[in-house]
Design a protein around this ligand. Structure first.
Ligand SMILES: Nc1ncnc2c1ncn2[C@@H]1O[C@H](COP(=O)(O)OP(=O)(O)OP(=O)(O)O)[C@@H](O)[C@H]1O
Length: 298
């Protein structure tokens, strides 16, 4: 059974009315092999992650944890099972690294629990001798490893990783990705870096303006996108030695109630795009585009 699942989830923030929801009617399962959430800044990735972590209640729809909604679930068990990995800046700067990891252990204070701290540091590739340092005495990559050690302290089955490597330089990034790939946990990974999802996620969901516009096997999605937005994201990845990507057309989304939210930016926009496209199955993936078949052949 899928451990965590969003069912027709609409999300917004206090002070915004339902019409100003920032995530609209999203359904997705966190399946085995890694799940990626891809999309540009402001597309709703972190908002969805907050809902999966039980930090933001849906305006409508449900987050299912096994066979219970998060509203009714045993949150102690949930907090042990599902752990966030955010950017290293979230570490308390006054706390020594060892204490920071110990704080995340389910049982604190016992000698057996304290013995877990060096084990966890070693598991993430850190010298346990670093336990007495404070975050500013570590490199960015080491700090990110501490964040991962903290997340692992509870013995989670699922990690929700929000841009876990974006603050790091490329070689350090690669080593942290190796570490994440080696962990024996399920993962939901949020990123705008397509190379990262390709490496770590068997399945991906592309968000645009708070809506899933394409879902499917990551490799197929990136090799042959069926949504013009997925294709634009893929083509925006700068190629070594190639020209910089060109910004084209209007950059904002239009309200989806009035048609496809991507249509003002879409090179294939046609009169039918004035009608909102539903997600539909096209060659092994789900895509919300009236012209998906044309995208696949162009
Ligand atoms: N605490 C908040 N209160 C009100 N609106 C918010 C809040 N956090 C995010 N938003 C809004 O929700 C929308 C989605 O933001 P979100 O952070 O989920 O996007 P994102 O895809 O994760 O972007 P990024 O890649 O930049 O982190 C944006 O319009 C943002 O302004």
């Amino acid at each position: 059974m899928t451990m965590l699942r969003a069912e027709r989830v609409t999300l917004g923030y206090a002070g915004r009315d339902v019409g100003r929801a920032v995530v609209h009617d999203v359904s997705l399962d966190i399946t085995a092999g890694g799940v990626g959430l891809i999309g540009e800044s402001g597309s709703g990735k972190t908002t969805l992650a907050r809902a999966f972590l039980g930090l933001l209640a849906p305006i409508s729809g449900n987050i299912w944890y096994g066979d219970q909604t998060l509203k009714k679930a045993d949150m102690r068990k949930f907090r042990k099972d599902v752990q966030p990995v955010f950017q290293a800046e979230a570490l308390d700067p006054r706390m020594r690294v060892g204490a920071s990891v110990a704080e995340a252990l389910p049982v604190r204070g016992h000698r057996a629990a304290r013995a877990r701290v060096p084990e966890l540091l070693e598991q993430v590739g850190l010298d346990p001798g670093l336990a007495t340092r404070r975050p500013h005495q570590l490199s960015g990559g080491q700090r990110q490893r501490v964040v991962i050690a903290r997340a692992l302290a509870a013995g989670p089955r699922l990690l929700i990783l929000d841009e876990p490597t974006s603050a790091l330089d490329v070689t350090v990034q690669a080593r942290i990705l190796d570490l994440i790939a080696s962990l024996d946990t399920e993962r939901l990974l949020i990123t705008h870096n397509l190379a990262v999802v390709e490496r770590l996620c068997r399945t991906s969901h592309v968000l645009f303006a708070g809506r899933v516009v394409e879902s499917g096997p990551t490799r197929d999605l990136l090799a042959k996108p069926a949504h013009p937005y997925t294709r634009a994201l893929r083509d925006a990845v700068p190629k070594l030695g190639g020209p910089p990507p060109q910004a084209r057309g209007v950059t904002e989304a239009v309200p989806a109630e009035t048609g496809c939210p991507f249509r003002l930016r879409c090179p294939l926009a046609a009169p039918e795009c004035e009608r909102p496209p539903a997600l539909r199955e096209v060659r092994g993936r789900q895509v919300a585009c009236h012209r998906a078949e044309d995208v696949l052949v162009t």
